[in-house]
Design a protein around this ligand. Sequence first.
Ligand SMILES: *[C@@H]1O[C@H](CO)[C@@H](O)[C@H](O)[C@H]1NC(C)=O
Length: 243
Amino acid sequence: MANINGFYLCIVGFAAMFVDTSGDLEEPKCLSRFDYDHKMLHKLINLEKIVETLKESLRQSEEKMIESLRHSEVVIEKLSNKIGGFTAGKKHNEKGGGSDTICLPEDPSWSNFTTGTDGGRGYVYGTEIDIREPSGVFESRVNQQDIPCVACHIKTSSVIMIPGRSHCYTGWHLEYSGYLMTAFHDHHGPHNHVCVDHHPEALHRGEANDNQHILYVAVSKCGSLPCPPYDENKELACVVCSL
Ligand SMILES: *[C@@H]1O[C@H](CO)[C@@H](O)[C@H](O)[C@H]1NC(C)=O
């Protein structure tokens, strides 16, 4: 660049009588061999200017790309850090506690805490699945296994869990399908329903029969629920669909 600048200044000084150097270089008229040479040099100089401009904008785009790449990496890292967790809820034979099933993160952070043992508290237990095996429904063996949970990020706010469907309706995108699970019919309620993937995973060393918060497959019961289309004691499928 410095060399070219020097060259450029020299040429412009030399050609000062032909061109106006105050603004952008005007293309000189070609009147003689000398003019022809001058014109070629003029073009060369303009090309050099263009190359430098392109180089600069390329450098700027590269910087922008690297920055957005770094940003995506941070987002991915944040998401993947928060992706896994432990399914949890109330103990099957306690009357109280939350009615829902929650996904506790693997990396808890505490605010103020005590480790007192007074009775004035609700209890949150980890979840295991109890099922006769072979289950005839799930693709993996999970009896007595503690089960993980996952929070997934999708780019839409239209998400629905449909109990009693194994496929999404037309136009909807399948997130996952599985079986509807809830508490055992003779355990203390209340309890929500959750859609567990058809290929459930288990926590590492989660095979102990802890019998705390337990999920069972939910089956349809005829009566107020019309059969058909439903059927007695059939494991209800479920799907999570997004639009
Ligand atoms: C923790 O306890 C202190 C002292 O009681 C209190 O001032 C503070 O606000 C508490 N912090 C939170 C996050 O609850």
